[in-house]
Design a protein around this ligand. Structure first.
Ligand code: ADE
Length: 336
């Protein structure tokens, strides 16, 4: 994490920001850049220990002459009363809230067919309802009367999100929520925008991907002639033991994404934080209800999701075009 910025030092002096999920990955980089620009930042997350550690580490970046400060407040954004308390505590501490960055979120990988309702609800609650609650509380308690700027961090879900359908649905909903709030709250002088990062590498994200093992192996099943995972004694690559022992999936998942990124490299949290600072800053004074893709064109390009060869698709309606293609295929076969 680098406490550098292309923006003018002191740009956010005397400003107060709440960054949810501010202890790790993209949230930590956003916090670091805001601090560098003089902001007073409250980082909020569910896990107190990690939050305190991050606040301690980030506070080292603040120079003694800076107006910046960092405070860690534990908050589960799924809980309405805890979000209310986060906002109230920030106001008690700093007397204002200029910026809200909704970065806190979480998901797990699973084919949609295997998702349990509890898991589905947890992801929707965190990513969609948590974002809504933070927006609503900040609006009610401060921004309604004083204005402000909000940035929601969403995801590259433009072509669906196979393998993480729940978070795709939640993030798409947040994009829509952004537009609704941009209109409903415009008369309070509130700007609200989203940022949709591409594949961003961070240590935390890599560790979280470890649980992908089972899904990768399940995905391989259609490609295995026996249509099942192998047994250890069969010596197959896709065995149950291999799956359980698979610890290196984090780096592999990230590597798999690289060919699908026009930049031919992964993105980094420090490449998301400047976009957040821009949208919060006066440079974006006429931007609201927008989503900025920060993905090096990844969403326009390729997908990592492989569709196995199959012949399950419904046949097209019979007609002269289908007949013509059939004849053509027959001729081609004949020639071959
Ligand atoms: N980051 C991920 N999940 C969260 C939650 N429930 N509350 C706050 N931050 C989070």
């Amino acid at each position: 994490m680098a406490a550098r910025s292309v923006f003018r030092s002191g740009l956010f002096n005397d400003r107060v920001a709440i960054v949810t999920g501010g202890a790790t990955g993209i949230g930590k980089a956003i916090t670091a850049e805001l601090l560098h620009l003089g902001c007073r930042v409250v980082i909020a997350s569910r896990k107190a220990e990690r939050l305190e550690a991050a606040a301690g580490e980030l506070s080292q970046l603040i120079s003694p002459s800076s107006a910046a400060s960092i405070t860690a407040l534990q908050c589960n954004i799924r809980q309405e009363d805890q979000v209310r308390e986060l906002v109230a505590s920030t106001l008690r501490l700093h007397g204002r809230i200029d910026y809200l960055v909704n970065n806190g979120g979480g998901q797990f990988s699973s084919p949609a067919a295997n998702m349990k309702l509890k898991g589905w609800n947890a992801v929707i609650d965190t990513n969609l309802t948590g974002t809504f609650l933070c927006c609503r509380e900040v609006y009610r308690a401060w921004m309604k009367d004083h204005g402000g700027a909000i940035v929601n961090i969403i995801a590259d879900m433009w072509r669906g999100f196979p393998g993480m359908a729940h978070t795709g649905a939640a993030r798409a909903a947040v994009e829509n929520l952004t537009k609704s709030l941009a209109i409903e709250w415009a008369s309070s002088g509130i700007r609200i925008n989203s940022i949709a990062p591409g594949t961003i590498f961070s240590k935390t994200a890599m560790e979280n991907y470890k649980e992908l093992g089972p899904m990768i192996f399940q995905m391989a099943v259609p490609c295995i002639p026996a249509k099942r995972l192998g047994l250890p004694e069969e010596g197959t690559i896709f065995s149950k033991t291999a799956m359980e022992n698979y610890k290196e999936l984090g780096p592999m998942i990230f590597q798999m994404a690289v060919p699908c990124i026009p930049a031919k490299r992964l993105g980094f949290p420090e490449e998301i934080s400047p976009a957040v600072c821009f949208l919060l800053s006066p440079a974006a004074s006429f931007i609201s209800g927008a989503t900025l893709k920060v993905d090096a064109g990844q969403s326009l390009y390729d997908s990592v999701w492989e569709i196995p060869d199959h012949s399950s698709w419904p046949a097209p309606p019979e007609g002269e075009n289908v007949g013509a293609l059939r004849e053509l295929m027959k001729k081609l076969k004949h020639k071959l």
